[in-house]
Design a protein around this ligand. Structure first.
Ligand SMILES: Nc1ncnc2c1ncn2[C@@H]1O[C@H](COP(=O)(O)OP(=O)(O)OP(=O)(O)O)[C@@H](O)[C@H]1O
Ligand SMILES: [Mg+2]
Length: 228
């Protein structure tokens, strides 16, 4: 039986700009099952990133519930939410967001500093992750010394550092050429199929639907279409 790992109920996120209120999310109901590879599609401004950030505890909703692993993360205090972000989800962004002064290895080790993984273990795990991403010979390189595809693979390794069950990816291929983008999607597919990780990917590229198990479409902060 499929189990929801994420359950979202009546989620709202308003942004107030002066005397204007933008309803970025306007009543989202969504279940993501363990092992799903879900694409969140929709035009620019439809609320895709807002939804992803809320799922990852990077932002707080105006109203609604976000149940992950049996508890509503909306009710967590800042400390527990930080732990949630660090341990239970891994983020991959369009612009990679690596720390520019750190090497690839240090970037991947970074999330493990916060949950007090011993340094030797940290190093070993970061090396293993970078090897799996095909970057054995780039561990000492800084982000500016890497190609876009290599930077994104470092970011994926970093997202896996604390072994999260959920990966959240916001336009991870947006800054890459088609072929490199496909490689990143292949990697995510592997993490889903072979490792059973639940993945939510935001994209407005229709070709992404070939890789995923389900897709939803947003428009003006609402789900207007649910694919298979
Ligand atoms: N921090 C913010 N302050 C004010 N308005 C915001 C903020 N973040 C998002 N919005 C607004 O909320 C709406 C949804 O934004 P969001 O970034 O979720 O869209 P998106 O679907 O990810 O678009 P894109 O495909 O361009 O990335 C937009 O109208 C946007 O202007
Ligand atoms: Mg966005």
């Amino acid at each position: 039986m499929e189990m929801p790992i994420i359950r979202v109920h009546n989620l709202h996120r308003d942004f107030t700009m002066g005397d204007q209120v933008v309803h970025a999310l306007d009543g989202i109901d969504l279940e993501v099952n363990e092992g799903d590879f879900l694409a969140v599609m929709g035009p620019s401004g439809s609320g895709k990133s807002t939804l992803l950030y809320l799922l990852g505890g990077l932002d707080r909703p105006t109203a609604g519930e976000i149940w992950v692993g049996g508890r509503d993360i909306v009710l967590l205090d800042e400390n527990d939410l930080a732990t949630y972000r660090g341990q239970e989800v891994g983020f991959v962004f369009q612009a990679f967001h690596l720390v520019p002064t750190m090497t690839a290895l240090q970037n991947v080790e970074f999330p493990m500093v916060f949950n007090r993984t011993p340094p030797a273990e940290r190093r070993k795990r970061a090396q293993a992750l970078l090897e799996r991403m095909g970057l054995s010979d780039r561990m000492g390189h800084k982000p500016t010394e890497l190609s876009g595809g290599q930077q994104q693979r470092v970011a994926i390794a970093r997202a896996l550092a604390n072994d999260p069950r959920i990966i959240l990816a916001d336009e991870p291929t947006g800054n890459l050429d088609t072929r490199t983008g496909q490689e990143v999607l292949d990697l995510l597919t592997h993490l889903n199929r072979e490792e059973g990780r639940t993945i939510v990917i935001v994209s407005h590229d229709p070709s992404v639907t070939r890789f995923v198990t389900r897709d939803i479409h947003l428009l003006d902060g609402r789900i207007v279409e649910r694919g298979l």
